[in-house]
Design a protein around this ligand. Sequence first.
Ligand code: FUB
Length: 327
Amino acid sequence: MKRLLILSLLSALGLQYTQAQTLKKTTSGNPIFEGWYADPEATIFGKQYWVYPTYSDKYNKQVHFDAFSSSDLITWKKHDNVLDSSNVKWAKRAMWAPAIVAKGGKYYLFFGANDIQNDQTVGGIGIAVADKPEGPFKDYLGKPLIDKFYNGAQPIDQFVFKDKDGQYYIIYGGWGHCNIAKLKDDFTAVVPFADGTMFRSITPEGYVEGPVMFIRNGRYYFMWSEGGWTGPDYRVAYAIADNLNGPFKRIGTVLKQDAAVATGAGHHSVIKVPGKDEYYIVYHRRPLTETDGNHRVTCIDKMIFDAKGFIKPVKITNTGVTAQKLK
Ligand code: FUB
């Protein structure tokens, strides 16, 4: 009886008592790793999951990125300092919200830096490149890729999207405006659309920052963060369109705070398990004990679709997810 009680208590804590009499984690738990980390970009390279978050501290201390890898979503390994400002001469502070793409044997890490407030300040969205996911990353262009406000969008919070035809796009923007732009094949520049436009606005109602795009069953899912990131009501909403340029009509909120679990849940990314219709949402949130804007932790939960393809509201948990090894 006592043994049964102990076993069910361990299982509730996401632990398993193995024959070898060691405690084995059976769920990731949330947060998935220690430390103040926000704006997580989650992806898969080979048989490993990777997360590239913002180091969540005062702007002047945000001068590097750490990365995390896992083979099962449960145990995460930290890779210190994959990129820091000593390798990007124009980045001085506020290095934010990485987006990563593997292409032609290289890894391209897009990031925001300096939190520019006008077109006269140096900063914006830059790119670093490495031969391996764990870096070391070095500045790719020697200058930002986008360093001005277009259509009112602050050049931060980029997402790099590969369309069905293999063309890469950058979807980005803070201050309530979202742009899409076409990337040159080698990522050295933004190139015009067929009509000559360089930066096309696709801002949906409610959009604040943190865009994400993916295709499921041929349709374009566009997600973004709403509310203020330092507050409790930061959240994620979404739209679906048949076309990359929209129109993206807001459908509803997918992710938000839960008074029993955490506040300020937002700025996410999405992982699809290859070969399966299974999705995870990787996001940041603020522990109930914290009010400091930067006290954000990286978490994971399941993201589920209904029969019509709508995303069900995510239930944020303390347990996180169970093991999912990659084949
Ligand atoms: O972490 C810095 C900023 O916080 C991000 O770029 C915003 O989207 C917000 O999450």
